[in-house]
Every structure is written in C-alpha cells, then in structure tokens.
Design a protein around this ligand. Sequence first.
Ligand SMILES: [Zn+2]
Ligand SMILES: [Zn+2]
Length: 288
Amino acid sequence: MKKLSLFILVLLCACKTDKKNEYFDAIKANDVALFAPASGEWLYSHKEKGQTFEQFENSKHITPTKEANIIYIKPIGNFTAIQNKQIELLREYLEIYFQLETKIGEQASDDIIPAHARRELTKDYEQLLAGYILDSVLKKEKPLNGIALMGLTEKDLYPKPEWNFVFGLASYSQKIGVSSIYRLQDEKLTDSNFNLCLSRLLKICSHEIGHMFGLHHCIDANCVMNGTNSLPETDEHSIRLCSVCQKKLNTGINYDNKKRLNELADFFQRNKLIEELQLMKKDMVSTR
Ligand SMILES: [Zn+2]
Ligand SMILES: [Zn+2]
C-alpha cells in the first residue's frame, strides 16, 4: 500500500513538472534574440558566459521559507507625492513579479547618512555613499521575516570618492541592495515622463532582486536580467524575463506561472504600460 501511494505521488510530481515545462516551452517562442553588442554596451566590455538552467539548479540560491518570505523596500530621502506614487507602484509590481508579499518599510530621512558618507558637489546636488547605506543602514535593518531588502534613495549615489556616480550597489549574499531614483527620473518626474521612469524603476529593481534569488546575467535573449552599462541600454532591454530565466525564478519561488502572467498583464494595462502589456499578451496567446 505504501509503495502504491509513493508511486502515485511520484507520478503526480512528474505530471506537475511536465505541465510547468510545457509553459516555458510555449513562451520560448516569444524570446527575442540579442543583437551583437555595440561599443559601450555591457556585453561589449564584459565577456560573460551566462548561466544555464542546470547551473542555476546546481547553485546555492535562496527559496522563501515560512519564516522569511517578504520583500521589503526602504525609501531613504524626502520624496515628492508623485515619487511616492511610483514607489507604491513598484511595491505592487514586485509583489506580482516575485509572487511574494512586498512591503514598504519605514521611510528614513537623508539625515541618517553622516557627513563622511555624503558629498555636496554643488549647492543643490548632493550624493550619498552607496556602501555606507548597504553596510551601516540596510544590513542592520533587514527584518527577520525579510527575504530581500531594497533601499531606494531620492539622492544620487557614488561608490568611491574617485567615481562620478553609481546607479546602485548590492550584496547578493546578504540579500540587500540600494538603488537611486535620481538618474531614472530625467531630472524631474512629471506626468509626461512618469511611465518611462516607472518602467526603468521596475526593470532595475526586479533585476537586482532577481540577482538576490540567484539569477545571473542573461545572455540568451533580450531579458530584464541582461547586464546594462547605461540608461539608454536599460531602455532597450525588455521588462520581460526570458523563458529560461522564468524557469529559474519559478524553480526558486514555486508560483503559478499563469496567475503571475495574468496579474502582470493586468498591472501593465491599469498603468497604461502598453509595450509591456503587448509582451504579456504574446505569452498569454502562446500558453492558451
Ligand atoms: Zn545585474
Ligand atoms: Zn533571461
């Protein structure tokens, strides 16, 4: 009797895996091949080998547990109402994208960054030291039930005195990262650039947190996990995870692929992110 129930269980698991693979095989048709990298682009200067699904599977990567399963975003700075609206949309998007509860942690003022970890380049332009935020703020503040913590600053960031700026910095082993919205927002966030800036924020944060879940840079297709050297390059990259990267994320988090896809499409529709919606619709057609 025991043997029979074990056999049925194995059979059920095999059917489930087959169904999941069917999904990834179906959406593979919508993966778009990358062009050969041009001078200045990420893959031109970084000869990356990529990460196969098998390499991901054999790597050490985190999975949500009963005790730690929440993604946190911590805003640092004085954000305007329109910026706060964007952070709330980011929270909603990450919750759908990773299919994990996502919360906005307590907002902090820039005052928590001491003078030795900031520099004023002009009267209206001050930068914050990214490493300080990582080591002296986020490391201490990651809640016990947090699986990942993403700090978000309003001011620009720099990594070292000799560098001009940095978009963000992360410790993938500790599952903490910090990004700035400063350069994503074309100087000033308004109603007319809102969606372009939102799309960048969604791409950058889902990419960084994707690394925390063990996904390496993708060289297989135009994918949100592609490495990037500049904002124009980020703008060229797809917000969609390619089929191989989706299979990796799903193996780590174990969610319902169709539910995630429908919710992503609904998010893009409600927020009038039309190109992004078209990508989801193609996957919906392929998996009908
Ligand atoms: Zn990256
Ligand atoms: Zn990919």
